[in-house]
Design a binder for this molecule. Structure first.
Ligand code: RFL
Ligand code: PHB
Length: 389
């Protein structure tokens, strides 16, 4: 088989690029290790910045997002028994769209189906080859048969644990990493959200987040120890602990119910540089991940796809390779800003077990400063709604 752009990974990054390129007449094949149901069963992001929403519309995948997604003009930060609002609209004149990654991925799959896009599921042993030559290719296994796809370019959009980044020789890639000493326990429940806008809560027992997918589907998280397992957190214990960490009035109005999904995610900051190896380009979680506190992960993936899409267009339509040659540099400049913001939000709101009294005082002062300065709040708002691509 032959294609122009061979994409490893059928998550949001790979599917979005495939769809955008297809609309411009550029041929792609997406190779996904898992089944479609498995990919759609993963509960992840919920907040899209406006630039991402625009990209979904450009990909002709924005209809359901526009109908069912909720525009949020701000968030709450709860601390010391109160909650204070960060008003994005007033501070920076922008907002975010609350629409689940699951739904967005479903929309992308459906669009690929409508256009007879090539998305192959449950393929095994995907490997990129000859990336530094003009004739790179991919192999994969279907049953006992090894198949080959020749391409002009390979895109590594296969997430943090994928094969693309790991196929780059160690001396050609540099990795930056910080691992945080806690995780997030997430619960999805068919209950009405406790607040019309997200609440990020700092508490001495640990961080908590009240989020949502719709008016009948809530998503809540609490900071937990890395040793904890989902079995340690039956629903009753989870709801009680969540209430402990929220201001009293919020805790009193929280509607609880059975969890329909429960999982623990460790928190990590990670960047691999450069995001190119020969004719293979890395995008999204394959190249960088953030702790979820600033809602940047999926949004950083979207900005990579924006740069790659335009770089590919310039290459195929104008014979201009400037975009491809500057992709890594441009993408990383924005990725690092997302890293900075996610790290800052994480440091601001979590309980760090090893913190000294001095560290804790500084953390408290950071929060007091934030709510005493419109300029500091505007900086938070500007980063949360998304820096320009
Ligand atoms: P994905 O979604 O991991 O998709 C990669 C795909 O590649 C497949 N794959 C392979 N396919 C073929 N061969 C191989 N060898 C392969 N290895 C892997 C995988 O099966 C998968 O389908 O990466 P992508 O597309 O770059 O998308 C990134 C986002 O998923 C991620 O950044 C966000 O979910 C992060 N994130 C959030 N981001 C936000 O912008 N806003 C949020 O509110 C937000 N909340 C979150 C989050 C991530 C979380 N977790 C669990 C990590 C909340 C949580 C709890
Ligand atoms: C979510 O709804 O899953 C969510 C929202 C905001 C975050 C992280 C996760 O910062």
């Amino acid at each position: 088989m032959k294609t122009q752009v061979g994409i490893i990974g059928g998550g949001p990054s790979g599917l979005l690029l495939s769809q955008l390129l297809h609309l411009q007449g550029i041929d792609t094949v997406v190779l996904e290790r898992r089944s479609r149901d498995y990919v759609l069963g993963r509960i992840r992001a919920g907040v899209l910045e406006h630039g991402f929403a625009d990209l979904m519309r450009e990909a002709q995948c924005g209809e359901r997002m526009d109908a069912e997604g909720e525009i949020h003009d701000g968030i709450f930060i709860a601390h010391d028994g109160i909650k204070e609002r960060v008003d994005f609209k007033n501070l920076v004149g922008d907002s975010v769209v609350v629409y689940g990654q699951t739904e967005l991925t479903r929309d992308l799959y459906e669009a690929r189906d409508r256009m007879d896009g090539h998305v192959l599921h449950s393929v095994e042993d995907v490997k990129p080859h000859d990336m530094t030559t003009d004739a790179p290719y991919l192999t994969y296994r279907e049953g006992d048969e090894v198949k080959r796809i020749d391409c002009d370019y390979i895109i590594g959009a296969d997430g943090f644990h994928g094969v693309s980044r790991k196929s780059i020789p160690k001396e050609n890639i540099r990795e930056f990493e910080r691992v945080y000493p806690f995780g997030w326990l997430g619960v999805l429940s068919e209950t009405m959200p406790v607040s019309p806008e997200l609440i990020y809560a700092k508490h001495e027992r640990g961080f908590a987040l009240c989020s949502m997918r719709s008016q009948v589907l809530s998503r809540y998280y609490i900071q937990v120890s890395l040793e904890d397992t989902v079995e340690d957190w039956p629903d009753d214990r989870f709801w009680q602990e969540l209430k402990n960490r929220l201001p009293e009035d919020v805790a009193e109005s929280l509607i609880t119910g059975p969890s329909i999904e429960k999982s623990i995610a460790p928190l990590r900051s990670f960047v691999a540089e450069p995001m190119r190896y020969g004719n293979m380009f890395l995008a999204g979680d394959a190249a960088h991940i953030v702790p979820p506190t600033g809602a940047r992960g999926l949004n950083s993936a979207a900005s990579d796809i924006y740069y790659l899409y335009h770089a590919m267009l310039d290459h195929y339509k104008k014979g201009d390779d400037t975009g491809l040659d500057t992709y890594s540099q441009k993408a990383l400049a924005r990725v690092w800003k997302g890293q900075r913001f996610s790290w800052w939000m994480t440091m601001l709101l979590h309980r760090f077990p090893e913190n000294s009294d001095f560290d804790n005082q500084l953390q408290q002062t950071e929060l007091e400063y934030l709510f005493s300065s419109d300029k500091a709040l505007a900086s938070l708002a500007e980063n949360y709604v998304g820096l320009p691509f």
